[in-house]
Write a protein that binds this ligand. Sequence first.
Ligand code: GDP
Length: 207
Amino acid sequence: MNYLKLYLNIYNEWYMKPFSANVRFIKSISDIKDKPGPALPEIAFAGRSNVGKSALLNAIFNIKKLAKVSSTPGKTQLINYFQVDDLFYFVDLPGYGFAKVSKSISASWQKMIEDFILKSENLRLVCLLIDSRHDLMKSDEAMADWMNYYQIPYIVILTKCDKLKKTKLSQQVKYFKSKFPDHHIISFSIHINSLKENLIRYFDDLL
Ligand code: GDP
């Protein structure tokens, strides 16, 4: 499937315009039974609030405000579906690990995420987004342990890599490799074109 290869031309207006017209927000749901049709392969994005999920979706499709970038951590509370042509969905899951919401709210978000991951028959991959600047947080570790237990296919995407100096970034990559020895790790930044291209290539090969 070579559609995503077109993204490699995202810096070229001529290619980008016709392609981006085919990426669209479909709906937000809180219950998996409301998921959109038709059934298509899904790539889901999970991570702590503020890790950069919306920014990543905006960046790889090069469409401003496709996914709303929220400056308020904890605001994304629904499962957002984006469809690319008639080919697949990117699914933005609620952010977790935000301290300032009540336990019952964060438990309901967690249940939404778990229900989606366990019940979605078309889920091909979960991208677990982790802020490259910090050590592994308990909530990320819990999410990873949970996915390991259910043998959910996932990769780790380290976000905001532009915020680290080169040596620190390679230390962090090493550190995360030691934490996730059996999973693919991809560095990402919305500000570094080569990293955007790497991620796009990865999705392209997957689909
Ligand atoms: P979400 O809650 O996971 O959807 O996080 P957002 O996408 O709303 O991003 C949270 C904040 O981090 C916003 O202010 C973004 O502009 C910023 N951000 C996201 N990705 C990057 C990145 O790669 N580099 C930098 N410097 N900032 C980023």
